[in-house]
Ligand binder design. Structure first.
Ligand SMILES: [Zn+2]
Ligand SMILES: [Zn+2]
Length: 139
């Protein structure tokens, strides 16, 4: 007698649990903040101003970068929106890479249809160099 009454309750509890779990997953995805918050505060990223009169290049907190990016994100645009340059105040700041080989700072994807970190100055790409090393079995 008692067992047959408990069963529907158990099923009800399981269903509620599944709905709650689903909602939590959905809320996390929808919020999008958890990924950014997991970036450590002292992680830095290079940025470069594309304004020819300014050309400022400096490091900023990666977390800050992604927070600004999230605010400006336009789902219709296929490219990352520029941020406001702290030197000239124009919206022409892009994420950049410091070349570990020649030391210049350049905007990511400077070389079209190539690796994002291909250096326009010396032509090397860190990603490519790492791949080459792996292929050579050096680690
Ligand atoms: Zn600038
Ligand atoms: Zn270089």
């Amino acid at each position: 007698m008692e067992d047959s009454r408990k069963k529907p309750i158990m099923i009800g509890v399981i269903v509620v649990c599944l709905i709650v779990a689903g909602l939590i997953t959905f809320a996390r995805r929808g919020g999008g903040g958890s990924g950014i918050d997991s970036i450590s505060d002292d992680k830095m990223t290079w940025v470069k101003c594309s304004n020819p009169k300014c050309k400022a290049e400096y490091e900023m907190s990666e977390k800050q970068y992604f927070k600004e990016m999230e605010k400006r994100f336009n789902p219709m645009a296929r490219t990352s929106p520029p941020l406001t340059c702290e030197k000239c105040g124009k919206d022409s700041l892009f994420r950049a890479v410091k070349c570990p080989y020649c030391g210049i700072v350049f905007i990511r994807d400077s070389v079209p249809n190539d690796l994002f970190d291909r250096c326009p100055e010396c032509g090397k790409s860190e990603t490519e160099e790492i791949r080459k090393k792996r292929l050579a079995g050096e680690q």
